[in-house]
Write a new protein. Structure first.
Length: 94
């Protein structure tokens, strides 16, 4: 979560630097701001993809646990499966 906040902050700060640099005619500041914003936006997309992949894994694990729990009559395993599937769904929507 801290990484997401940091990426968001860096994106806004980079955008502000870019705008300020363009307004002041300071090409270096504008370029540094654009680079900071791009880097933060890219890092955010990587973090989103990682979270999505973890979500897919948790959903698959949850389905497997539910199936095994159902076959063996293990309600605890089924409950864990439902929890992991819900976690996976939540991670995939972030």
């Amino acid at each position: 979560m801290a990484e997401r906040l940091q990426n968001t902050a860096n994106s806004y700060i980079g955008g502000a630097k870019q705008s300020l640099g363009e307004t002041l005619g300071n090409e270096r500041m504008a370029a540094e701001g654009a680079a900071q914003k791009t880097q933060a936006d890219t890092a955010q997309k990587v973090a989103d993809a990682k979270t999505h992949a973890e979500g897919v894994g948790n959903k698959i694990q949850g389905k497997a646990q539910q199936t095994v729990g159902s076959i063996t009559g293990d309600t605890s395993m089924q409950a864990k499966g439902h929890a992991n599937e819900a976690l996976g769904d939540a991670q995939r929507t972030v």
